[in-house]
Design a binder for this molecule. Structure first.
Ligand code: SF4
Length: 134
């Protein structure tokens, strides 16, 4: 994992997570958020990614893009925390679309609604966006 960011830290987490998995979970990966978050290095966002991507469960992982884009668009109402954003999105986005919507929001935030300079003029969501100003 040398090529990823913070490889030493992540390697330490992986070793500790492998220990916890074998000692506390019988070598099986847990499939619920509370137990996933007991694994070293796994926070709520990562646990939700695993639920959505690996087990195809209705979960919304809120990273910096999802958080920012949701607030700008008005999907959330000036949410203050990722957990608040997660709860709002889970409440209003249909269950079967949640994991796909997670990717839509990330990609929109990465390529269009960028943190410093959103490309509002080229944004196809501008007619629906709470933050769009002509
Ligand atoms: S109109 Fe601008 S602020 Fe709104 S979603 Fe598009 S890029 Fe983001």
């Amino acid at each position: 994992i040398k090529s990823v960011t913070f490889p030493n830290n992540k390697a330490r987490h992986l070793i500790r997570a492998a220990r916890v998995l074998t000692e506390e979970f019988g070598g099986e990966m847990p499939t619920d958020i509370d137990n996933l978050m007991k694994l070293p290095g796994v926070g709520r966002k990562t646990a939700n990614v695993m639920l959505a991507v690996v087990w195809n469960k209705a979960a919304m992982a809120v990273d910096t893009h999802v958080f920012r884009v949701s607030n700008r668009l008005g999907l959330t109402n000036n949410s203050k925390t990722p957990l608040e954003t997660e709860k709002t999105l889970v409440k209003y986005i249909p269950e079967e679309l949640l994991s796909t919507a997670h990717h839509w929001l990330i990609l929109h935030g990465r390529y269009v609604c960028k943190a410093r300079r959103p490309d509002c003029l080229d944004c196809r969501l501008r007619d629906y966006c709470k933050s769009y100003k002509v």
